[in-house]
Design a protein around this ligand. Structure first.
Ligand SMILES: Nc1ncnc2c1ncn2[C@@H]1O[C@H](COP(=O)(O)OP(=O)(O)OP(=O)(O)O)[C@@H](O)[C@H]1O
Ligand SMILES: [Mg+2]
Length: 352
């Protein structure tokens, strides 16, 4: 008797709230980042006293809470005051000069700029709307994915001491690579996010489990496996994706418990999924190159270009190389010099 007690009925679920496992969910408490959050707040605070805020450069490896910390501070700022306007821009999504200003104008209800409207006009529109405010703080997340950083000049010039700029990147040395004129104008302070300890990863993931699932549905060894995997890969985002995925797999198997075999299955599918999700954000031509490389991994540039031309006739080799460079910057592909070809520059291309 009781053999079927652990079978989930089709209308039952293990989740109390799945949305808390979304990547952009901001939890009510951010554990273990007090110091970093305080640093961001102190950078912004001078604006309230009509003084120049600090510009910050936030670094740290993927999935370590950089975006979360800034969004947490911004949410708090929005609830406390409307004197300082926080704007969040992701430079993966808005990578060009114009798209940054189009995105910015949305925060201020400036009508969607038609083609031909100059940046100056957009800035004037925004300036008018913040005349009676203390200032604005703009975060440029994943700044290393921007195609240019020229959009920063008109912002510093247009808003003077009423603007705080926060740049976020995974690369500690990113600022060294940018134009020295820009880095000296920004006079930026570094804020590095350190790795979480094993105990910190454990408590953050356990807390998320409490928000997302009914009590006691996660087997202890299953949850421990997720904590271990997330800690070893130094990426909490992986851990959170695994909580969701394992829960869904358990549900699909009509299990009332999330077991280690569900976690194993989740781990094997998650890497592929993350790659596909990122690939969806690429432009059409860039996606086409990734698809071609799936079938022709390790081929040389010229060969891949010939295959690409079969469907995209008007793309020049120069533009094609530009796509390849961007795919390399975004870490979709890696390249290897073959030492042959024109000036020994032929490259072999691999998916990462
Ligand atoms: N201290 C924390 N408390 C609760 N959740 C956290 C904490 N740190 C990170 N997370 C969660 O881990 C995931 C990854 O965090 P986040 O997106 O902020 O990483 P990131 O450092 O911006 O990574 P990337 O460089 O890849 O953008 C998010 O789902 C976030 O909610
Ligand atoms: Mg981030």
């Amino acid at each position: 008797m009781g053999l079927f007690n652990d079978i989930l009925a089709s209308d039952q679920t293990l989740f109390t709230d799945e949305s808390v496992l979304d990547f952009d969910y901001v939890p009510p408490v951010v554990t273990s980042r007090d110091e970093e959050i305080r640093a961001i707040v102190s950078g912004i605070k001078p604006l309230f006293a009509d003084r120049r805020p600090a510009n910050l450069f936030i670094t740290g490896t993927p999935g370590i809470g950089k975006t979360l910390a800034v969004k947490f501070v911004f949410n708090d700022l929005k609830q406390t005051s409307n004197e300082v306007v926080p704007c969040y821009i992701n430079n993966w999504k808005c990578s060009t000069y114009h798209s940054v200003f189009v995105e910015l104008s949305k925060f201020f209800g400036v009508p969607y700029p038609r083609k031909g409207v100059s940046t100056d006009e957009i800035i004037r529109g925004i300036t008018k709307r913040i005349e009676n405010k203390k200032g604005i703080v703009i975060v440029f997340d994943e700044i290393d994915k921007a195609r240019t950083m020229d959009f920063i000049y008109p912002l510093i010039e247009g808003f003077g001491k009423k603007i705080g700029i926060i740049l976020i990147s995974n690369y500690n040395d990113f600022l060294k690579k940018i134009d020295s004129r820009l880095s000296s104008r920004l006079n930026i302070e570094n804020l590095n996010f350190k790795q979480y300890s094993y105990d910190q990863v454990t408590s953050i993931l356990k807390e998320r489990v409490n928000y997302a699932f009914y009590p006691n549905v996660f087997n202890e060894d299953a949850l421990n496996k997720i904590v271990d995997y997330s800690y070893e890969n130094k990426d909490l985002r992986l851990g959170i994706s695994l909580l969701l995925k394992s829960g869904r797999i358990a549900e699909n198997n009509a299990s009332k418990k999330i077991k280690i075999e569900h976690v194993d299955e989740a781990i094997s599918s998650i890497k592929q999924n993350m790659f596909e999700q990122q690939a969806n954000k690429l432009q059409e031509h860039e996606q086409a190159i990734v698809e071609l490389l799936k079938l022709n991994n390790g081929c040389i540039t010229g060969e891949l270009y010939q295959k690409f031309l079969e469907k995209h006739k008007d793309v020049s080799i120069r533009t094609f190389r530009k796509y390849l460079n961007r795919l390399e910057t975004l870490e979709f592909i890696k390249t290897e010099d073959t030492g042959t070809g024109f000036r020994g520059k032929s490259r072999r291309l691999y998916l990462k």
